[in-house]
Design a protein around this ligand. Structure first.
Ligand code: NAD
Length: 291
């Protein structure tokens, strides 16, 4: 890395808090090195109160841009000059691009999800998805899937603080896309089972299955799944969640954790900053092969 950095190195940031655990710096810096690009990617602890100054520093220091993560994904929006239409619909930004002082916000989580399925030669366009969760990840997945041609989306949430957001997502999809979305309560187990039964894909974006809920899953009965469907968990640590174990027990062929989505959301951002394709197979091998 030190051999690559010189007076011309272009800086890209990651602004979130806490963020030191993130895999993104390793992912992007290895991709820059592999392609011989003179960029460096650094993580910065940025709490929401320091976000305005940090965003202004992108302009001041002529950085190429930044990733944005929690708790700043929504709060960054009024600080930007332009918003990609999908980011506007999703209501969150995870990637900022600086073009000569003009900052544009994008969201690559949803496109990363769709691309992760494309990478596996799986196409859910024209089909039905049942999705648990309507937080940051669930919103990006639902709205991007609707924009990309998924026909029917059944969104399940508990009656917690994300319930209103789930309502909003359903309204946005029905008003602004060709897809049809419906809102359901996770408390209605019979309804949950029925909606999964005729879906091409069940996706869990709740984080249930990740610490401290690593022993939990929203679907614990394998008979709810069909072998020919896709089961996708956005969690990537642990690599095999309880949900994935249940799906495997049901004989489901296409069972995924969130690593592919993580990689592809990074690749989308990489392309926005550099104009180049991230060498995803190389990065996948480098970061994830031994686990
Ligand atoms: P969030 O806090 O914004 O949303 C959490 C959602 O889960 C909400 O809809 C909430 O109602 C629901 N939820 C929380 N606890 C629940 C429970 N016990 N039972 C039922 N529902 C529950 O979180 P987020 O940023 O959307 O992240 C969610 C998960 O997605 C995390 O595991 C995160 O690591 C993962 N994620 C993965 C990627 C990726 O690239 N693979 C990207 C973003 C997030």
């Amino acid at each position: 890395m030190s051999e690559r950095i010189d007076g011309h190195t272009i800086l890209i940031g990651l602004m979130a808090y806490p963020i030191r655990h993130s895999m993104s710096p390793t992912m992007h810096n290895n991709a820059f090195a592999k392609l011989g690009l003179n960029y460096a990617y650094l993580a910065f602890d940025v709490t929401s109160d320091r976000l305005p100054k940090a965003i202004d520093a992108i302009r001041t220091l002529d950085m190429r841009g930044s990733n944005i993560s929690m708790p700043n994904k929504q709060k960054v929006i009024p600080l930007l000059d332009k918003l990609d239409p999908a980011a506007k619909m999703i209501g969150a930004v995870n990637t900022v691009v600086n073009d000569n002082g003009i900052l544009t916000g994008y969201t690559t989580d949803g496109t990363g999800f769709m691309k992760a399925l494309d990478d596996e030669d799986l196409n859910i366009r024209g089909q039905k998805m049942t999705l648990a969760g309507a937080g940051g990840a669930g919103t990006a997945i639902a709205i991007q899937a609707a924009l990309d041609g998924v026909k029917e989306i059944s969104i399940f949430n508990t009656k917690d603080r994300s319930w209103e957001n789930a309502k909003r997502n359903v309204d946005v999809i029905n008003e602004k896309t060709k897809a049809h979305a419906t809102l359901h309560s996770l408390e209605d187990q019979a309804d949950f089972k029925n909606e999964i039964a005729d879906s091409a894909i069940y996706c869990d974006s709740t984080g249930v299955g990740m610490k401290p809920l690593e022993d939990k899953t929203l679907v614990s009965d394998p008979t709810w799944f069909r072998p020919d469907m896709i089961v996708f968990d956005t969690v990537y640590s642990p690599r095999t969640t309880k949900l994935m174990e249940v799906a495997q027990e049901a004989g489901v062929k296409h069972v995924f954790n969130g690593l592919g989505m993580m990689l592809e959301q990074g690749a989308e951002a990489f392309k926005l900053w550099t104009g180049k394709e991230m060498p995803v197979d190389y990065i996948r091998q480098l970061l994830f092969s031994e686990e």
